[in-house]
Design a protein around this ligand. Structure first.
Ligand SMILES: CC(C)(COP(=O)(O)OP(=O)(O)OC[C@H]1O[C@@H](n2cnc3c(N)ncnc32)[C@H](O)[C@@H]1OP(=O)(O)O)[C@@H](O)C(=O)NCCC(=O)NCCS
Length: 156
């Protein structure tokens, strides 16, 4: 298995993987397509196993007003055939070491049990506009004393 950056000519493989990993929702695939169509900054990596794209991770800019204040991790997806084998964890650990990601604040809306393993902590601030009460909102390298509602790219 190898991990590499997603290249422009392999977008269809990543989109197919998102359909498989989220069988009940087209949201993630649409988000992926729309972010790229609009030319947003997306830091993204894939796991490739015997020429198949089996996992995908992406980061996009997080905003405080018009200023970039970190990155949002979304989505992280593993092909169902390969879930619960440590692949999502390996891809996430790899991504968190990359230069675009390693020194900045990272936000994620996801399962606390999963993300806490990687040092993410639940946070009350900033407020996540998609999660009333911030029940599933976590961050890494966050300053919880800054009170604001975090912004996303408009495609979210
Ligand atoms: C969540 C996901 C990225 C984890 O990747 P993975 O390679 O299966 O995970 P790993 O094998 O590295 O780690 C396993 C842990 O992931 C968590 N996990 C796995 N599937 C999960 C799911 N559907 N929802 C929440 N947590 C999940 C569990 O905590 C699990 O721990 P356990 O085996 O002790 O129960 C992957 O299962 C997936 O793509 N699921 C569908 C898409 C999704 O829900 N993505 C959003 C991530 S919050």
């Amino acid at each position: 298995m190898k991990i590499q950056r997603l290249t422009d000519d392999n977008h269809n493989k990543a989109a197919a993987l998102l359909r498989q990993a989220f069988p009940n929702s087209r949201y993630e695939e649409r988000l992926f397509n729309n972010l790229h169509k609009k030319g947003r900054t997306v830091y993204e990596w894939v796991c490739i196993h015997t020429n198949r794209y089996i996992a995908y991770i992406a980061f996009t800019k997080a905003y405080r007003g018009n200023d970039v204040c970190g990155l949002h991790l979304a989505p992280l997806a593993v092909n169902p055939e390969f879930q619960h084998q440590g692949i999502g964890s390996e891809l996430l650990r790899f991504a968190l070491r990359q230069k675009e990601v390693k020194d900045t604040t990272i936000y994620v809306l996801g399962a606390p049990k999963f993300y806490e393993r990687f040092g993410f902590v639940r946070c009350d601030q900033p407020k996540c506009p998609f999660d009333p009460g911030n029940k599933h909102f976590l961050a890494l390298r966050n300053d919880p004393h800054q009170h604001f509602t975090v912004g996303y790219e408009p495609e979210f």
